[in-house]
Design a protein around this ligand. Structure first.
Ligand SMILES: Nc1ccn([C@H]2C[C@H](O)[C@@H](COP(=O)(O)OP(=O)(O)OP(=O)(O)O)O2)c(=O)n1
Length: 125
């Protein structure tokens, strides 16, 4: 891949944009028939495996990955992207609005784990 990814680099990347691009990608190749919920889930899990391999046997690594080479970080970005793209596509094919679902889940998380209670628990430990 070359460094120049055209003016897309300046675009705001939204879940909707990624959803549209995955849809176009599948349509152009006549791959919609392969993009079934089960196939996409398996592809997603496979990519999570590839992502895990990057960290496998390394032990804990510091935040920001200061000791990693540029090509290692590029590879990490590729595997993270594969996971994201399959997740976005799976959600779309299942008729789930992933952005809205995630916002709702954040609200549920906040109710389940109130800030005050969590802070108190950490002081007690
Ligand atoms: N039927 C397919 C095949 C691929 N892709 C897209 C989504 C992923 O972003 C990427 C996955 O491509 P590969 O299966 O070639 O996986 P990798 O890019 O990880 O290559 P490799 O497994 O050789 O490392 O391509 C897709 O949408 N539908």
């Amino acid at each position: 891949m070359t460094g120049g990814v055209s003016k897309e680099e300046e675009m705001d990347v939204t879940l909707d944009l990624l959803k549209k691009k995955m849809d176009d990608f599948a349509k152009e190749r006549d791959w919609e028939k392969f993009h079934t919920p089960r196939n996409l889930l398996l592809a997603l899990v496979g990519e999570v495996g590839e992502l895990s391999e990057i960290f496998q046997w390394k032990g804990e690594v510091p935040k920001g990955l200061p000791d990693w080479k540029e090509n290692e970080k590029l590879h990490l970005g590729e595997e993270l992207s594969d996971v994201l793209l399959y997740l976005v596509r799976l959600s779309d094919i299942c008729g789930i609005d992933l952005g809205q679902a995630a916002l709702r889940k954040l609200q549920l998380n906040a109710i389940k784990y109130p800030v005050k209670k969590c802070n108190e628990e950490q002081v007690d430990k």
